[in-house]
Ligand binder design. Structure first.
Ligand code: CA
Length: 219
């Protein structure tokens, strides 16, 4: 799950970046509205955390441009502006949630989970596939009722594959969901994570389509 964080306050941005990475997200951070607009127009993100008061281009304009391009990713506004009028304008411009700073990172993470759950068409907090059960909030996995210990990256990878069960995920798609701009994956990192997942969950759980990518079969 890859997020774009748009925040011009360096200290706050640092804290959010650290908290969100700890929560298991790949996070890219830009500090002004123009950089946000460029990133959103050229790369794929699963969710946007957007400040409103930004240099070069206002957060509301970033949001309007994003929606006018037809991009449907969930947008969470995170701002110091607490006036009712700002909240209404933000939501009516296409934001999906609106939080006023300061915010506890746990609440932010829970809101992000709720938004991405909706975006993937789920109403249940748990993800199920056969005898596999994934709890994104607790970052816990069970197989046939037995807990499976996964690293943060393995967990994120499994969640992405299961959310897209039945669909082939390319290497590039999986890598972009796992790594932000500041993370340097070594060339075989994805294969290593897949290998570990297979060891823990069984070989048949994840199929390789040579030269294309990976697939978790449905049901
Ligand atoms: Ca700001």
């Amino acid at each position: 799950m890859r997020l774009l964080l748009v925040e011009d306050d360096p200290q706050l941005g640092d804290g959010l970046m650290a908290g969100l990475r700890q929560a298991g997200y790949a996070v890219d951070w830009v500090k002004d509205g123009v950089a946000a607009d460029h990133s959103l127009a050229s790369e794929t993100f699963d969710l946007l955390v957007l400040d409103l008061g930004l240099p070069r281009l206002a957060g509301m304009d970033v949001l309007k441009r994003l929606r006018s391009r037809g991009q449907i990713l969930p947008v969470l506004i995170l701002t110091a502006r607490d006036a009712t009028g700002d909240k209404i304008a933000g939501l009516d411009c296409g934001a999906d949630d609106y939080l006023v700073k300061p915010v506890a990172i746990d609440e932010l993470a829970a809101r992000i989970r709720a938004l991405t759950r909706r975006a993937t068409g789920r109403t249940q907090p748990l993800l199920h596939l056969g005898d596999l059960s994934i709890d994104p909030a607790a970052r816990a996995v069970t197989q046939a009722g037995e807990p499976v210990q996964l690293s943060l990256r393995e967990f994120s990878l499994l969640q992405t594959l299961v959310e897209n069960a039945g669909r082939v995920m390319t290497r590039a798609q999986l890598e972009s969901s796992l790594y932000g701009w500041h993370d340097e994956p070594d060339s075989n990192a994805l294969e290593v994570h897949i290998h570990h997942l297979r060891k823990k969950l069984g070989n048949e759980r994840i199929k390789t389509l040579r030269g294309v990518g990976y697939l978790v079969p449905k049901g």
